[in-house]
Design a protein around this ligand. Structure first.
Ligand code: PHE
Ligand code: ZN
Length: 877
């Protein structure tokens, strides 16, 4: 452990910057290990600070070397500046001056993948959140916005493509015969949106004509061997550009928009102005190498980064506590886009299951924090599901409260009022409120309060007066640093259904309808509906109108009725999930008690009806058939017993499979997609149902299913079907599973993204020596500790390996801790994210819990990066 521990940054300490940087001129003399960066910063004291004599304090990093610093051309002698804790401090400055800095950096040995680094044979940058300070000394904070001009100097034979933000304005030769290229970005931006790329890259060109008839040049760059895999991303980009014009009235601003794919990247992608940089896993796609899920991910990430041009770049964040201002809003925008491109219900179900599985777990654990946190040690740790996904739910609730039209007025006002500014979540809400007249004062608590509210509903129907009452209570459990909670403004969309399954109308607040939005604001409220002709079954929280845990004592019959009759597609799925959860909870209990498994046949009957009804949307049927995941059941559990959960799920799946083997075989055959592969909603739906049916059929005693799996693996002409067959073979212990894994690797070893899928699946394979197998994977020639995708594939796959990861001797936890310790220094961001499974230690059953805790303590004893220190110390607190 270090002597002194890193300290927290607090929202309440925010102060405007004492200096502004009007213009930033950068020159990069690129070299693998010795890149020289020269900056000219046109600075002045911030008039908002009044008359001040504060020193100039610039952010830097331990990995940059200061060669020299000059002010208005005068080279400062060493006594006129100080370097303290990676900061460059200059005491005497004029009110306005040009600061020149020269730094030396080593991109080749930059394993943190922040700042300027090398990936394969190219140079690239990642500056969000605080990466720019690893390039040069700067006011590295989002409220300092500057106009950037960037000159790149390199050897053209090795780096023919040299890119930065904005437009290329000049190109020529230096005296030494190198090539230089100048880029100018006219839009002021914070340093976190700066980008530079250089390499021997292939390009795909296209054009988009905007609503005002401007032609925008579109370019996607990749390493040469990947350029045949960018067509889908290019089409997705054009769809995104059109959608943002039509839905938000937002047109692209520069004349050129570029995307570059890189293999080594900590996150999914980055919205740098005019020059997005993508993890290749979120950009490259082809039918042979990419699954349906991955196609959809490419489309949504392309859209997400493009949408940031307005929600993030034109209007940016004042400070990093406001991260959800851009991320929550942009996730909401990309979700709406995907919903419009495909199926609204399917998209909502997928987003909500993810939220309820992973974000709810985060919000109930030691790292729980508000959507707008009030404190952090390392900001990289706050690119979380809470800031992104719960943040998007907050924007969605505002959309529900205002309605489509007023929401659009609100977003128009927000973009108009704050264009070119760095603002706060409060500013966003104020624009929504001012444009709509809807009072959002109470609603704003969603930003500052952590934890998932629990909403409990009871009801009564009065036959005599035809009155129906819903009593709704809310309670948010305590989270770290927030022991007491306030009540929230929760929009609850409710529908009423008769016992025959028809919509049931009622009077409520002078409106007669069968669908209402209730505004829960107090800890307890009763809502009264009149002229209700028969006893209703409530369809609660339609479309998941708020990110809460809902409790209502539904009977099995009521759930079956909702499943078959609710006009809200989301709640039909929700009812099915509840039925499955009820069944699984009993089975998990039986497993924990060591009792024999026994199940109720209701679920089987419900599934049978579903499989035999040919009028249903195959995508919905597939979603409903998917049993609640191990992770979701763990989130719901009071105390997690991984083996019991796994055993219960497996028993239920096999039971359903055997009861309905004939139906699954039939559905499997009926939903084979004919013709050329297409990643459209319809074909994806059929493949999804077909492969879900196969996953059940293969669990049954019907031997023909085994043949079907092997045949599909061999004959598939697309990755979705091939990988589905392989996964099913591995999960069901198919007799050829091992041969299939080997054959798959041999077939795809030249495609790193496919190899990553193979690594993940192999690492998740349950066996008596799962840990040994994972250790072997990390020695495999295809593995590379420098590549975050590969690390995440192997360790992520291992995390799903119940027998290996949760081994009772603690060896699985110890192994993960070993990897975290190795990566702690090399790549702190990645190391910190790998800690997530260990942060759940308190919820595990006691024998496992102590083992996990020991590993956290072992990690804490190391000399830690801020990133890992924050997560591990908070988890143990
Ligand atoms: N801002 C990126 C996004 O959500 C995510 C990101 C954060 C990428 C930090 C890299 C580093 O679109
Ligand atoms: Zn984003």
């Amino acid at each position: 452990m270090k002597e002194s521990q890193p300290s927290a940054i607090l929202l309440k300490d925010y102060k405007v910057p004492p200096f502004l940087i009007d213009k930033t001129e950068l020159t990069f003399d690129l070299d693998e290990t010795n890149t020289v960066v020269t900056s000219h910063l046109h600075m002045r004291r911030n008039p908002a600070c009044g008359k001040s004599t504060q020193p100039l304090v610039l952010d830097g990093g331990e990995d940059i070397k200061l060669i020299g610093v000059a002010m208005d051309g005068y080279t400062l002698p060493s006594e006129e500046y100080r370097l303290v804790d990676d900061k460059l401090i200059i005491t005497a400055t004029a009110d306005e001056f040009v600061l020149t800095c020269e730094t030396l950096i080593d991109p080749q040995n930059n394993t943190r993948l922040e700042g300027l680094y090398r990936s394969s044979s190219m140079f690239c940058t990642q500056c969000e959140a605080e990466g720019f300070r690893h390039i040069t000394y700067y006011l590295d904070r989002p409220d300092v916005m500057s106009v950037f001009t960037t000159t790149i100097i390199a050897d053209e034979t090795r780096y023919p493509v040299m890119l930065s933000n904005g437009n290329e304005t000049e190109r020529g030769k230096t005296d030494e015969g190198k090539t230089f290229v100048v880029w100018h970005d006219p839009f002021p931006k914070p340093a976190y949106l700066f980008a530079l790329v250089a390499g021997d890259l292939a390009v795909k060109n296209d054009v988009f004509t905007t609503q005002s008839k401007r032609d925008i040049k579109l370019q996607i760059f990749t390493e040469r061997h990947n350029i045949d895999k960018v067509n889908y991303a290019m089409e997705a980009l054009k769809r995104s550009m059109r959608w943002d014009e039509e839905t938000y009235g937002r047109e692209y601003d520069l004349d050129i928009f570029m995307i570059v794919a890189v293999d080594d990247f900590n996150m999914g992608a980055m919205e740098n102005k005019g020059l997005n940089i993508f993890n290749s896993s979120c950009l490259l796609a082809s039918p042979e190498t990419t699954t349906d899920d991955a196609f959809l991910r490419v489309e949504s990430v392309v859209a997400h980064e493009y949408f940031h041009n307005w929600s993030g770049n034109r209007v940016t964040c004042r400070d990093w506590f406001q991260l959800s201002l851009k991320e929550g809003f942009t996730v909401f925008r990309d979700q709406s886009f995907s919903s419009d491109m495909h199926s609204e219900t399917v998209k909502r179900v997928e987003d909500v299951s993810f939220l309820k599985t992973a974000q709810f777990a985060e919000d109930a654990g030691p790292m729980a924090h508000p959507v707008r946190p009030s404190s952090y040690i390392e900001i990289s740790n706050f690119y979380t599901l809470t800031v992104y996904e719960k943040g998007a739910e907050i924007v969605r609730m505002i959309h529900t409260l205002l309605g489509e039209e007023a929401f659009r007025k609100g977003s128009d006002l927000y973009f108009e009022r704050h264009d070119g500014q760095a603002v706060t979540c409060d500013d966003f809400v104020a624009a929504m409120q001012d444009a709509s007249g809807v009072d959002l004062t109470l609603f704003k608590r969603w930003y500052s309060q952590a934890g998932t509210p629990v909403v409990t509903v009871t009801d009564e129907y009065d036959e005599q007066t035809k009155t129906y009452r819903l009593t709704v209570k809310q309670h948010t459990p305590a989270t770290p640093a927030q022991p007491t909670k306030l009540s929230l403004h929760i929009p609850i969309r409710v529908g009423l259904i008769s016992e025959q399954g028809d919509a049931l109308t009622a009077d409520f607040h002078n409106e007669r309808s069968d669908d209402f939005v209730l505004h829960l604001k107090d800890n307890e409220q009763t809502f009264e509906f009149t002229s209700v002709h028969s006893k209703p079954i409530p369809s609660l929280l339609r479309s998941f109108s708020a990110p809460v845990k809902l409790h209502y004592e539904y009977t099995t019959e009521q759930l079956l009725l909702l499943l078959s009759c609710d006009s809200d597609g989301f709640n039909r799925w929700s009812a099915a999930q509840q039925l499955a959860v009820n069944e699984l909870s009993q089975l998990i209990q039986q497993a924990e008690n060591g009792d024999a498994f026994s199940i109720d046949s209701n679920l089987v009957a419900g599934f049978k009806a579903l499989l035999e009804d040919e009028t249903l949307d195959p995508a919905m049927v597939a979603l409903i058939l998917k049993l609640p995941s191990q992770a979701y059941l763990s989130e719901l559990a009071e105390v997690i017993d991984p083996q019991a959960i796994k055993g219960a799920r497996h028993f239920l799946k096999v039971t359903i499979a055997n009861a309905l083997a004939a139906q699954f075989a039939d559905v499997y055959k009926k939903h084979v997609v004919m013709g050329k592969y297409q990643a459209n909603a319809q074909d994806i739906a059929h493949r999804s149902l077909k492969n879900t049916a196969l996953s059940y059929w293969a669990e049954s005693a019907d031997q023909r299913a085994q043949t079907a799996v092997a045949e599909q693996f061999k004959q598939a002409d697309n990755m979705t079907d091939q990988f589905a067959a392989l996964s099913i073979a591995v999960k069901t212990n198919h007799k050829s599973a091992q041969n299939m894994l080997t054959a798959f690797y041999e077939q795809w070893k030249a495609e790193p993204l496919v190899v990553n899928k193979w690594l993940m699946l192999s690492a998740s394979q349950e066996s008596d020596d799962a840990l040994g197998a994972v250790k072997a994977l990390m020695e495999h020639p295809s593995f590379d500790l420098k590549n975050p995708n590969k690390v995440r594939s192997v360790l992520g796959g291992f995390g799903q390996n119940t027998s290996g990861f949760h081994h009772k001797d603690g060896s699985g936890y110890q192994f993960l801790a070993d990897q975290i310790i190795v990566l702690n220094k090399r790549n702190p961001q990645l190391a910190s994210r790998l800690c997530t499974p260990l942060t759940r230690w308190k919820k595990l059953k006691p024998e496992l819990s102590v083992q996990m805790k020991q590993q956290l303590e072992r990690i804490l004893a190391e000399d830690l990066s801020k990133d890992v220190y924050e997560v591990v110390s908070k988890s143990l607190a």
